[in-house]
Ligand binder design. Structure first.
Ligand code: F6P
Length: 484
């Protein structure tokens, strides 16, 4: 057996992506809540962050960046295709999002998922100091906890899943379900967004590993993720952002009502459902295209995956149909943007919108909803899917089942017509929630639980262990700001 060579980092974060992206030959910090919450902790302990370097064309050596040691994991083109586009995004993603599209099961993808997870795990093993804390993120890396544990019994291992964990009957379809569960059980703390994810995971463990999940020595708990509320406030309060919001409305023809959707172009987001509801409201004459405008930002995502390409075609066709019927020379009924927006422009769009639509068919959390609330503070209305994790906290949104197009139409109409006093009251109560539970608190709570001396679950205060609340994650690629 080879002797283990210890690294020198007391905190090691392992995620699919690094907290920096490469552009024109140099690295820049990735924007986003997760990075802004976790990076300072990594910096403080002179920690390491392990992640994919972002391209198959170049390989990078570990480097120092912004007070952190970044350790890029190189993925060849075929590995990227099988591990990221294939097993992560065409097997696990649809399976964990309740089969919105059919998952594909390929043994070759699974082999590559395993071997790639082993490379991330090895990089963590090599970086971690004796007794270090290792924090692994998301569904791309579910085998990593067990792989690290096998070599490094001395470290504390945490795993947080940013997306839902499916019900036992859906998870049943995965040919490699036992290995995934064993992989996760390598962690001391296994975190999910919602109490329902915890319950699903526990049932799967009991059923497929034949372990009494009530007797697990691991902490399995809900840690609803949140946003960098203070950063949103700062940008929302800046005069330039407010001016940009005003300009946006002017450029859109100064509509009486501006409805907005901001998402990654992903089939879990229910973009087609909201467009259909809007189309019918125009057809019914409930909304007038002369004084109502809909802006849909759909940030390009996972463009190598077929179901994402199909969705793009469907969305663009429907937008074309709506504009063909209701657009005019001086304005479109739907303004559709298939590109990313900067953080500042996204916040300006939140400020410009009268009604924000979040109509996810399934969503771990949905941080767009929380960011909108933080930016608006005491006005604007939010239509929110009951299938987004955020619905467990944002009770004062107009909650909808996006499959129920009639109900969705009613909610949009209510949102458009809601008296300002009521909208303000609802928004203020939701703003209070995102103020109290921000991303910094989320990160601190998770890491505190990961310490060897962490109080047992039963001993924690009811507020910090609130299992009925929920929360999400933030996606970050270059110059992108679309909260998950
Ligand atoms: O929330 C799940 C997630 O995979 C995040 O980890 C990521 O930031 C986001 O979706 C976008 O995904 P990708 O990294 O595939 O662009």
């Amino acid at each position: 057996m080879n002797a283990v060579i210890y690294g020198n980092h007391a905190l090691v974060v392992v995620a699919n992506r690094l907290p920096a992206y490469r552009s024109e030959g140099s690295w820049s910090p990735s924007p986003g809540g997760l990075v802004s919450a976790v990076a300072p902790m990594v910096r403080e302990s002179h920690g390491a962050w392990i992640g994919w370097g972002g391209t198959s064309e170049e390989e990078f050596e570990p480097f120092e960046f912004d007070g952190m040691s970044l350790v890029p994991v190189a993925l060849g083109a075929e590995e990227h295709e099988r591990y990221y586009e294939g097993f992560s995004n065409a097997t696990l993603w649809p399976l964990y999002h309740d089969l919105v599209v059919p998952p594909q099961f390929h043994r070759s993808w699974w082999q590559t998922y395993r071997s790639t997870n082993a490379r991330f795990a090895q990089a963590a093993v090599d970086s971690a100091a004796p007794g270090a804390t290792v924090w692994i993120h998301d569904f791309h890396l579910q085998l990593v906890p067990e792989m690290i544990r096998a070599q490094r019994p001395d470290v504390r291992i945490g795993f947080f899943n940013h997306i839902p964990f499916p019900s036992e009957t859906i998870f049943a379809q995965l040919p490699w379900r036992d290995s995934i569960l064993r992989g996760l059980l390598g962690a001391d703390v296994i975190g999910f967004q919602l109490a329902s994810d915890v319950k699903n995971f526990r049932s799967a463990v009991s059923r497929y590993l034949d372990i009494d999940s009530g007797r697990l020595s691991n902490t399995v708990h809900a840690y609803p993720i949140s946003i960098d509320t203070a950063a949103i406030h700062e940008v929302a309060e800046a005069e330039e952002t407010q001016e940009l919001a005003r300009q946006m409305r002017v450029e859109l023809g100064d509509p009486r009502t501006l409805i907005v959707g901001i998402d990654r172009l992903d089939y879990t987001k229910g973009i087609l459902h909201r467009l259909r509801a809007y189309q019918e409201l125009l057809e019914d004459g409930v909304l007038d295209p002369q004084d109502t405008t809909f802006v849909q930002v759909a940030e390009p995502s996972r463009e190598g995956v077929e179901s994402y390409q199909d969705l793009r075609d469907d969305v663009e066709q429907l937008v074309g149909n709506i504009n063909g019927s209701f657009g005019a020379l001086d304005g479109a009924a739907v303004h559709y943007f298939h590109h990313s927006y900067s953080f500042e422009s996204t916040v300006a769009l939140y400020l410009a919108a009268d009604v924000l639509l979040v109509t996810s068919l399934r969503d771990g959390m949905n941080l767009v909803a929380k960011e909108y609330v933080a930016a608006r503070h005491n006005n604007g209305t939010l239509v929110l899917s009951e299938f987004a994790g955020a619905a467990a906290e944002l009770h004062d949104a107009l909650l909808v089942n996006p499959h129920d197009i009639a109900g969705l139409k009613d909610a949009i109409r209510l949102g458009v017509e809601m008296p300002a006093a009521e909208a303000g009251k609802r928004m203020a109560s939701m703003a209070d929630v995102v103020e109290r539970h921000d991303i910094h608190r989320w990160a601190r709570t998770f890491l505190a639980d990961l310490q060897p001396t962490a109080p047992t679950r039963e001993l924690r205060t009811s507020e910090s262990s609130n299992e009925s609340s929920s929360a999400g994650h933030t996606k970050r690629i270059q110059y992108v700001h679309t909260a998950e």
